[in-house]
Design a protein around this ligand. Structure first.
Ligand SMILES: Cc1ncc(COP(=O)(O)O)c(C=O)c1O
Length: 379
C-alpha cells in the first residue's frame, strides 16, 4: 500500500470547479484567472525575445528583470532593494510561497494563518513538517484580523505568520494600522512573515496597498511573494518573484534552486521591458474597480447580499436569502443548473463557520459578468 504524504489532500477546489464549469459549459467565475488576453505589447515582446533567449536563465533571475523589479519597488513603495541579494525571480507566487516556508520551517514549528486562507498555505506547512495554526477572520467585522487573538496564539514555537493582502478569497485589505499592530506583537520575537501580495496592484476606492515593505520593522522579517500573473493578465505564464532581506533571500535561493532552479528565460526578458511601463500596473485598480462595480450593479435586484470587496478580483456574496444549502453543494448546483460557476468559501477554512458565502471572480469580460449576474438574479 502506497503511504501518501498528503493522505487528506485531493485536487484543489479551483481545479474541480473549473473542470465542472468546462464540462457543464458554464460561465466560469470560479477560478481566479482573467477571461481575456494580455496586452498585445506583451505578446510582441515575448515573440521578440523567443529568438535567442532560450537557454537557462541565472538561478536568481536575469539581472535585467531583477533591476526592473527593484526600480518598480522604488517607484511604488519608495523602498530600495538590492537586485543582487534581495530579489529572486520564481515560477509563480506558488513557488515563492513554497520555498519561503520550506526554507525556514523546521519540523514542529508553528505557522499561523487566517481563515478563510488561500488553499496552498496549510499543505505547504504540513509538507515542511510544520504545524498550521488556523485563526478565523470574523465575517461580521469585514474579515479583519483580531490582533488580540493573534497575540494569544503566539507561542515559543511560532516560526512564521502568513499575511495576505488584498485577500483571497474575501477581497479584504490590510490598512497601515494593521501593519503597526502586527509589528507591535512581533517586537522582540524572531517570527518571520510570508506576505502574499499577488494582488498588490488591485486595490479599490482610492486606498493604497499596505505592503509589509512599507513597514521597516516588518520588512526585515518578510518574504514578500508577488505574481506577474495577476498584474499582466498572464496567469498561465506562472511567473513571480520573492522579495526578502539578504539573510532570508540566501536561504530562499537554496530552496528555489532545487524546486525549479530558474524560470523561463524569454518570459523574463519580456517582463523586464513590460515593467518599465508603469501605466500597466497604475491603471489596473481602476480597470478592475469598473468590473467590480458593473457586476455589483447587475446583481442589485438579486437576493444576494454583496460583501465589501476592497481589492483583488473577487466578490463574495451571502446567499442566505436564497438557500440554506451547504456552499459546496450550492456551487455545484448553480454550475449545473444555471451554468454559473463560483467558489464555495468553506473550503478555505479548517473549521468552516455557519455561513452561506460564495466567491465570484470578476476578472471576466463585461458581457460574461452581465450574463452571469442576470442568471443569478433570477434565483
Ligand atoms: C492569494 C494567492 N496567492 C498565490 C497565488 C498563486 O499565484 P501564481 O499563479 O503566481 O503562482 C494566487 C493565485 O490565484 C492567489 O490568489
Amino acid at each position: 500500500m502506497f503511504a501518501s504524504k498528503q493522505p487528506n489532500i485531493g485536487t484543489t477546489i479551483f481545479t474541480k470547479m473549473s473542470a465542472l464549469a468546462t464540462e457543464e459549459g458554464a460561465l466560469n467565475l470560479s477560478q481566479g484567472f482573467p477571461g481575456f488576453d494580455c496586452d498585445p505589447v506583451l505578446q510582441d515582446l515575448l515573440a521578440h525575445y523567443s529568438k535567442g533567449h532560450n537557454q537557462y536563465a541565472p538561478m536568481a533571475g536575469i539581472p535585467e528583470l531583477r533591476n526592473s523589479i527593484a526600480e518598480k519597488t522604488k517607484l511604488v513603495y519608495d523602498v530600495n532593494l538590492s537586485p543582487i541579494s534581495e530579489i529572486t525571480v520564481v515560477s509563480g507566487a506558488t513557488e515563492a510561497l513554497f520555498a519561503a516556508i520550506h526554507c525556514c520551517v523546521h519540523p514542529g514549528d508553528e505557522v499561523i494563518m487566517f481563515d478563510p486562507s488561500y488553499d496552498a498555505y496549510d499543505p505547504i506547512v504540513r509538507l515542511a513538517g510544520g504545524v498550521p495554526i488556523h485563526l478565523t477572520l470574523k465575517t461580521e467585522n469585514g474579515f479583519r484580523i483580531d490582533f488580540e487573538e493573534l497575540a494569544r496564539a503566539i507561542t515559543p514555537k511560532t516560526r512564521a505568520i502568513y499575511v495576505n493582502t488584498p485577500h483571497n478569497p474575501t477581497g479584504a485589505i490590510w490598512e497601515m494600522e494593521d501593519l503597526n499592530s502586527l509589528a507591535e506583537i512581533l517586537k522582540g520575537t524572531a517570527i518571520l512573515l510570508v506576505s502574499d501580495e499577488v494582488y498588490e496592484h488591485i486595490v479599490f476606492d482610492g486606498k493604497q496597498h499596505a505592503s509589509v515593505l512599507l513597514h521597516p520593522e516588518l520588512r526585515k522579517r518578510s518574504f514578500v511573494c508577488g505574481s506577474f500573473g495577476k498584474t499582466y493578465h498572464i496567469t498561465g505564464w506562472k511567473m513571480g518573484y520573492c522579495l526578502a532581506p539578504e539573510y532570508l533571500t540566501a536561504e530562499f535561493r537554496k530552496l528555489h534552486q532545487w524546486v525549479t532552479f530558474s524560470s523561463a528565460t524569454p518570459l523574463q526578458w519580456a517582463l523586464t521591458d513590460m515593467l518599465k511601463m508603469p501605466k500597466y500596473w497604475q491603471e489596473l485598480s481602476s480597470f478592475y474597480q469598473q468590473k467590480r462595480d458593473l457586476f455589483a450593479k447587475a446583481l442589485k435586484g438579486s437576493k444576494f447580499r454583496l460583501l465589501p470587496s476592497q481589492g483583488s478580483f473577487f466578490q463574495c456574496v451571502d446567499y442566505s436569502e436564497i438557500s440554506q444549502e451547504f456552499d459546496q453543494d450550492l456551487a455545484v448546483r448553480l454550475t449545473k443548473e444555471i451554468k454559473v460557476a463560483s467558489i464555495p468559501i468553506s473550503v478555505f477554512y479548517e473549521q468552516p463557520p455557519e455561513q452561506r458565502i460564495l466567491r465570484f471572480c470578476f476578472a471576466k469580460t463585461d458581457d460574461v459578468l452581465i450574463e452571469a449576474a442576470n442568471r443569478l438574479s433570477k434565483l
